[in-house]
Each structure stands twice: as C-alpha cells, then as structure tokens.
Ligand binder design. Structure first.
Ligand code: PRE
Length: 256
C-alpha cells in the first residue's frame, strides 16, 4: 500500500509554503490566458445551458465534488463517476452537460491526477468557471464504534494528505488510500466493520449512516479545494463570456 507521504511527494503535495508557491504555477496543456476580468467574473459565470444541468463529479454521493456541483449551480443534477477521467469523458460523450474537477487544495497543493486528466482532453473541453469548496474532514465510523475500535482509516489520497497532523498524532491508525472520501464512508457502512473508519465530510456521514468520531481533523481549519467547471468546447456560450472562458486556478495572473 502506498503511504500518504509518498503519494503527496509524487503528486506535488508538500508543506504550506510550497503550496503557496505552487499556487503560482501554471498548468501546461490547457490553452488560454487567465485575466483579471476572468478572476472577478468567474464565480458569477454560468455557461448557457438548460436548467437542471447534469454535472459530473468524481466520487460517491456525499463527496466534496457533489457539494461543489451544488455550490456552482443549486439546480444542477450531480452525476457521480468513479475517476477523474470518467468525469471528463462523461462531458466529452454528452452524458453530462458539465463537470467539476478538483485542481488545488490549500493544504495538499495541486491535484496532479485531475490536472493531467484535464490536460489530456484540452482540445475537447473548456474551463468555464471555478468553485472554491470549503473542506472539513471528519473521522467517521459505524454507530457504536469508538476511537478505540477504529484501526484503519480510509479516504481519498488527497484528503489523507490534508490530515497529516491528525494521522501522526494517532500512529495506531493505518491510513488506507481509497478511491473517494464519500466512497470510503459508503464502503465502511456496507462492510459493517467497527475497526474501519473513513475521513470524509459530515454530509457523507449523514448520507451513509455513519457517526462523527472526530470533527475537522484536517491540518488547517480554513481549508478549501478549488474545483474548475468544464464543458465541451462545442458548447461554448457567446462572445460576452469570452473573458471567463479559459481559467485554471493556480495559474498566474500575468496571462501565462
Ligand atoms: O473525495 C472527494 O470527496 C473528492 O471530491 C475528491 C477530492 C480531491 O480529489 O481532491 C476533492 C476534495 C478534497 O480536497 C479531497 C478529495
């Protein structure tokens, strides 16, 4: 099993100063400038599409991606997918009108896997906006479980990387990378094993019938993940949206 530390090393997560530096890095492969106008308008920007758009996110119901979908458009129909590639392919193939994709977390840094998936489809997809989603991670387990019964804690590797101090303070807990935060919660509920917990949101606890054993265990209280919103290039709106059209959070303001 790959440790959180090595995952973080491979995927660009490191200390907080490094995170700030990386926030100034431009991700290559996605064309287009990042303008000040775009920065101001991005949170208001909605591509022209039908009401109740289908918006894909990575994870199970209760994932932060689902929260990001509804933060972006309260009337959206969230569409869960297993991987970042599947999220984007849902848009490419017309199964979803848009997708949200995590590209940067305040603690863990750039989400390399998601950015790579986006870069591979750069000619087909367009970044049309972004959503900053607050991220509070909790230790979840079955009702009746306690911190004494839980021995293994599962979560998305990017989420595990956000809880380094908590995991170091609990050396008896074995961190197990899982495909998704809410997916880990769902799988804990299904397995019915009081020795297994998940690091996920309160929403995931409610969704999957788990209890919160420890709240807000991420390294920084004011934690967030930035998600970009992407649509198919063919579905570009009109010229008035041009300045908002091509944004990647973490890109410099200089239009690089
Ligand atoms: O697992 C989730 O809930 C996700 O939405 C994925 C993801 C990520 O891949 O960065 C998104 C936000 C959180 O920072 C942790 C994990």
């Amino acid at each position: 099993m790959e440790g959180v530390g090595s995952y973080a090393m491979r995927h660009g997560a490191a200390d907080r100063k490094g995170c700030v530096l990386r926030a100034a890095c431009c991700v290559r492969g996605i064309p287009g400038p990042f303008t000040q106008h775009a920065a101001r308008s991005r949170s208001q920007y909605h591509p022209r599409m039908t009401s109740s758009p289908r918006v894909a996110f990575q994870g199970a119901p209760g994932a932060f991606g689902e929260e990001a979908v509804l933060r972006w458009r309260a009337d959206a129909q969230p569409e869960p997918r297993g991987t970042f590639a599947a999220v984007l392919d849902a848009v490419v193939h017309g199964e979803a009108d848009a997708a949200v994709l995590p590209v940067e977390n305040r603690i863990a840094g750039l989400v390399a896997e998601a950015r790579a998936a986006l870069g591979e489809r750069a000619t087909l997809l367009r970044v049309v906006g972004e959503v900053t989603q607050p991220i509070a991670l909790c230790l979840l387990a079955l009702p009746g479980a306690t911190t004494a019964t839980v021995r293994v804690v599962r979560s998305h590797p990017v989420a595990l990387a956000q809880c380094g101090a908590f995991l170091r303070a609990h050396p008896d807990l074995v961190a197990e990378p899982w495909w998704d935060t809410a997916g880990a919660a769902r799988d804990v509920a299904r397995a019915g094993d009081p020795a297994v917990g998940a690091l996920a949101s309160r929403l995931a606890a409610e969704r999957w019938g788990l209890v919160v054993l420890a709240a807000e265990v991420q390294d920084l209280a004011d934690n967030w993940t930035r998600f970009v919103v992407v649509t198919r290039r063919a579905e570009r709106a009109d010229a008035s949206d041009a300045a908002s059209g091509e944004i990647l959070p973490g890109a410099p303001g200089a239009g690089g």
